[in-house]
Design a protein around this ligand. Structure first.
Ligand SMILES: [Zn+2]
Ligand SMILES: [Zn+2]
Length: 220
């Protein structure tokens, strides 16, 4: 198993465009302080914003056309945490700024409209249809779908299409990970991202460090 991003973090959220606590600029300043070389802002899809009553605060065109990193040398990219919507593999790839420099595919309770027990089919159909657009599968072992998800089958298909999965450090640290499924995933997967899924500046400073420590302690 190869860790793709030892010095970068490819999953985070802002207040500007979804449910983080901080602005784009605050997150980028903290990315520099955390020593990251590359940092992806991956705000939630529009389906997710609607489901969770997250109000629009500003225009997506601000980052799309006018924003520059004036703070540090971190390579900042804007992507999306796209939402798995249905058993047929429908995905919402659009967020407020509509930039897809890094695309995570995640399933969230309430946004995924299919039957929970068919979540494995949903992931597989989405990978079959959209694997060229997906850079990483987000939090596959999150507790809210873990009783239904067949991690082995999803990882097999992900490996086949050369789509990495992530170790989601927020879910790991905050006890939202099915540890048995995570061990299974880590035992099978070819390539992983170690991502914070930061929603606060505190998250940026602590989560990835804990995730990397966990992997080292497990001999990965
Ligand atoms: Zn998520
Ligand atoms: Zn997230």
């Amino acid at each position: 198993m190869k860790i793709i991003n030892p010095n970068s973090d490819m999953h985070s959220h802002t207040f500007s465009y979804s449910d983080g606590l901080n602005s784009v600029d605050e997150m980028v300043i903290m990315a520099g302080r955390a020593g990251l070389k590359k940092f992806a802002i991956t705000d939630h899809s529009k389906s997710h914003l609607i489901r969770h009553d997250i109000v629009k605060k500003t225009s997506g065109s601000c980052v799309k056309f006018r924003w520059k990193n004036i703070h540090n040398d971190v390579n900042v990219v804007f992507g999306v945490e796209a939402d798995l919507i249905s058993e047929e593999g429908e995905v919402d790839f659009e967020n407020e700024y509509r930039m897809k420099d890094f695309v995570l595919l995640s399933a969230h309770r309430g946004v995924y409209k299919g039957e929970p027990r068919k979540i494995t089919d949903a992931y597989i159909s989405a990978l079959e249809k959209h694997h060229k657009e997906i850079d990483c599968i987000g939090h596959l072992c999150a507790k809210y779908f873990s009783e239904h998800v067949n991690v082995g089958r999803v990882v097999e298909v992900a490996n086949h299409f050369n789509v990495p999965v992530e170790l989601n450090c927020a879910n790991l640290v905050f006890g939202k990970t099915d540890m048995e499924k995570l061990e299974q995933m880590l035992g099978m997967v070819d390539r992983i991202y170690v991502n914070s899924d930061s929603h606060t500046l505190y998250d940026m400073m602590h989560l990835r460090i804990n995730g990397l420590k966990f992997l080292r302690a497990g001999g990965y």
